[in-house]
Design a protein around this ligand. Structure first.
Ligand code: NDP
Length: 287
């Protein structure tokens, strides 16, 4: 048996098209374009590439992109002052500070300074709390993108056994919360988990967010399970995921790397920015 390959690239481009259509409605109703401010500190090459792609996607969705590039040695208070200005700026619906920040800057202070209602990355503890307690807020883009792909395969996730491998604040933990909210029975696993494969073997749904190339093996997987590979690992062999490619021989559905979860992240960021603008303007959205 060979798994259905979940085409994240195609799903993301359709999502972006839906977002662009809804942006046009918000513009017509409010008379202004939704705006996303992206702050980049320093010149880390990977971060620069991400920031450029986010800016391009924002413009392509018909929204306003505000890019702020600060030098690597900027004072923490200067960055905080910029966040304060963006919080107060009515043209800005979403604020994203590209991580990681240089070591002399306290990342937590910066993230918690962002107005939770403009925190389209969903990293502010207020949004983590809203997710955990079932209140509307912003959910981190990567796990929300994973959930959208999963729901395309399983429109009703209720009662399914889900195992999340990894417990980071930006992927693993919010992924677990999202699956719990869908009434899955969720097992969170991490580097201290004993007999990881025994947990994975019971799962109908496996989400791997570990950061180790090819970590999840085919003989761990229950035949027919759905496997979401969040990993993006740069190796000599190119870009590879956290899931061994032979898992596709056992799973029922699987996301490829590249072309699975990766393209979803920016598409969901566009959606979160649209949602923020619609809320602020009192415009209701289709989905
Ligand atoms: P982190 O390094 O923050 O977290 C990795 C998690 O994996 C930790 O919770 C860690 O456990 C766990 N882990 C490490 N080793 C093992 C092990 N041997 N067994 C079980 N669990 C283990 O990574 P992120 O969550 O930020 O990212 C994970 C992957 O997803 C990376 O490859 C990253 O590049 C990718 N990524 C992709 C995105 C996308 O857009 N597609 C966006 C964000 C990330 P512990 O907590 O105990 O240390």
């Amino acid at each position: 048996m060979s798994a259905r390959i979940i085409d994240g690239k195609d799903f993301a481009s359709k999502l972006r098209a839906r977002v662009a259509a809804e942006v046009a409605r918000v513009v017509a109703a409010s008379g202004r374009k939704p705006g996303l401010a992206v702050v980049l500190v320093g010149e880390d090459p990977a971060s620069s590439v991400y920031v450029r792609s986010k800016g391009k996607a924002t413009l392509a969705a018909g929204m306003e992109s505000f890019e702020h590039r600060l030098s690597a040695d900027v004072a923490e208070d200067e960055l905080i002052a910029l966040v304060d200005r963006l919080n107060a700026d009515p043209a800005v619906d979403g604020i994203l500070v590209q991580l990681p920040l240089p070591r002399h800057i306290d990342e937590r202070r910066v993230i918690t300074r962002i107005d939770p209602d403009k925190d389209v990355d969903g990293f502010h503890p207020v949004n983590a709390g809203r997710l955990a307690t079932g209140l509307p807020g912003f959910v981190p883009c990567t796990p929300l993108g994973c959930l959208m792909l999963l729901k395309d395969v399983h429109p009703n996730l209720s009662g399914l056994d889900a195992v999340v491998i990894g417990r980071s604040n930006i992927v693993g933990k919010p992924m677990g919360q999202l699956l719990l909210a869908e009434s899955c029975t969720v097992t969170m696993t991490h580097s201290r988990t004993r007999d990881l494969f025994a947990h994975v073997a019971r799962a109908d749904i496996v989400v791997a967010a570990v950061g180790i190339p090819g970590f999840v093996k085919a003989d761990w997987i229950k035949p027919g399970a759905s496997v979401i590979d969040v990993g993006i690992n740069r190796t000599d062999a190119g870009l590879v995921g956290d899931v061994d490619p032979t898992v596709a021989d056992v799973a029922g559905a699987i996301t490829p790397v590249p072309g699975g979860v990766g393209p979803m992240t920016i598409a969901v960021l566009m959606r979160n920015t649209l949602v923020s603008a619609a809320r602020r303007e009192g415009v209701s959205l289709d989905d």
